[in-house]
Ligand binder design. Structure first.
Ligand code: HEC
Ligand code: HEC
Length: 218
């Protein structure tokens, strides 16, 4: 985590919330925005749900119903991730704060996040060349991913996650943990047979490609 940015977030939380609440467009959006900021979510997900930590998901622009289902699954423990550097599931910190939100509040937060503009793709280091991106797209198509996630990951089936432009390391981790049976619950079972056909190298290739797909502005 970049400390300067973190403190900037806190400063905004403390100083700007009332002013922002007055300028929000609809009651639902207003509520969700304030709730997202006061229920500790910003500490891990960034001010508008688009934080730079590579293995935490971007939430800005994600499908609202999908996010509601994932919040419930993380809260009730049916979605658990693999371990972080200290050996705790990456989902643990979030699970610990989810009791602060009711299902209605989560729905309002999800509506707010879904309406936020998606971040621009993050540059990768090393930057994949054009040939690697083309190979990644090819593997995505051959892997059958487009059936559920749409062309270039941009048009998923209803309530399925938008994966285009998501963070590279997050994409790779989720594909790996879905394949290996670590991430269960939700509608994940439908994807498992497709994920099982991929080795780590293919997952890396597809993750490089998907992370660099730019989403259209809302
Ligand atoms: C301590 C850090 C932390 C806090 C606080 C936190 N989250 Fe999370 N959240 C995560 C991590 C890490 C993941 C991804 C877990 C994984 O890798 O499987 C996640 C996943 C999610 C997802 C699923 C995204 C997807 O693409 O599947 C949603 C939605 C979400 N968080 C919303 C929230 C909201 C809303 C709050 C506040 C009420 C919140 N989170 C608080 C760390 C946090
Ligand atoms: C049969 C439908 C289906 C196919 C095919 C499929 N997926 Fe998925 N995928 C899903 C569903 C449903 C989820 C969300 C699971 C849940 O409800 O928790 C998901 C989740 C994901 C996630 C995690 C998203 C997040 O925000 O956490 C990634 C990344 C992903 N899929 C990539 C792929 C790739 C790459 C392929 C091709 C190899 C693929 N999927 C094939 C249905 C599918």
């Amino acid at each position: 985590m970049k400390p300067i940015r973190f403190f900037a977030v806190i400063a905004v939380l403390v100083t700007a919330s009332p002013a922002l609440a007055q300028t929000a467009a609809s009651p639902a959006a207003l509520d969700g925005k304030s709730l997202f900021r006061i229920k500790t979510c910003v500490a891990c997900h960034g001010r508008d749900g688009a934080k730079a930590i590579q293995n935490y998901p971007d939430l800005a622009g994600q499908d609202s119903k999908y996010m509601q289902a994932q919040m419930a699954a993380i809260a009730d423990g049916s979605r658990v991730s693999g371990p972080d550097a200290r050996g705790y599931p990456r989902t643990q910190g979030m699970k610990d704060v989810m009791h602060l939100t009711s299902p209605e509040e989560r729905a309002a937060i999800a509506e707010f996040l879904a309406s936020q503009p998606a971040p621009k793709p993050r540059p990768l280091d090393p930057a994949p060349d054009a040939a690697r991106l083309t190979a990644g797209k090819d593997a995505y198509l051959k892997g059958g991913c487009a059936t559920c996630h749409g062309a270039d990951g941009l048009k998923p089936l209803a309530t399925y996650p938008l994966i285009a432009g998501q963070k590279r390391d997050y994409i790779a981790l989720q594909m790996t943990e879905i394949r290996d049976g670590i991430r269960k619950g939700g509608k994940v079972a439908t994807m498992v047979p497709f994920a099982k056909k991929l080795d780590d190298a293919k997952i890396g290739l597809i993750a490089d490609y998907l992370s660099q797909v730019e989403r259209a502005p809302k």
